[in-house]
Every structure is written in C-alpha cells, then in structure tokens.
Design a protein around this ligand. Structure first.
Ligand code: SF4
Ligand code: SF4
Length: 76
C-alpha cells in the first residue's frame, strides 16, 4: 500500500524596515527562498525578501543567522 506524504508549507516574513542588508540569510538559505530586494528600505539598505518562485523548507536557519531577528517563519 502506497504511503501518502504530506509536505508542509511555510510562510516567511521579513520585517524589511529593520533589515540591515547583511545578506547572511540569503547566503545560508539552501532553498533560494531569500533574495535581495530591488528597492532600498528607510535605512538605505537593500533588504532580504522572500522569493515568489522558491519554496521554504522550514529549516529555520535564516531565523538563527539573522543578527537582528528580522525574519519569522510560520507553519501555514
Ligand atoms: S526557513 Fe530555511 S528554507 Fe525557509 S527561508 Fe529560512 S533558511 Fe530558507
Ligand atoms: S540576516 Fe537579517 S539583517 Fe541580514 S539581510 Fe537577512 S534579514 Fe536582513
């Protein structure tokens, strides 16, 4: 009998106005879910933002490496 595998979905939120653009999260995200913004935030940094076309695996690495706790990951 075949097993059913359910894959969870995750929602990634970057509080962009607090991001200092160090890009650590982008380097560490193996899924390519985090990318550089094209716009500057109020502090003048190119912030990290979730990519529309990539899937988050919920590994939480980005939340651990972000020095300013700017990223939140939710189980949908
Ligand atoms: S939780 Fe993991 S896969 Fe999802 S955005 Fe963060 S580093 Fe990438
Ligand atoms: S690690 Fe944090 S501060 Fe650095 S780019 Fe990512 S969200 Fe911004």
């Amino acid at each position: 009998m075949a097993k059913t595998v359910t894959r969870k979905k995750y929602d990634v939120i970057v509080k962009s106005e607090f991001c200092k653009g160090c890009h650590l999260c982008i380097e560490y995200c193996k899924s390519g879910k985090l990318v550089n913004s094209k716009k500057l935030n109020k502090m003048g940094y190119l912030y990290a933002e979730p990519a529309e076309d990539a899937k988050c695996t919920g590994c939480m690495v980005c939340t651990l490496v972000c020095p300013d706790l700017v990223i939140e990951v939710y189980d949908e």
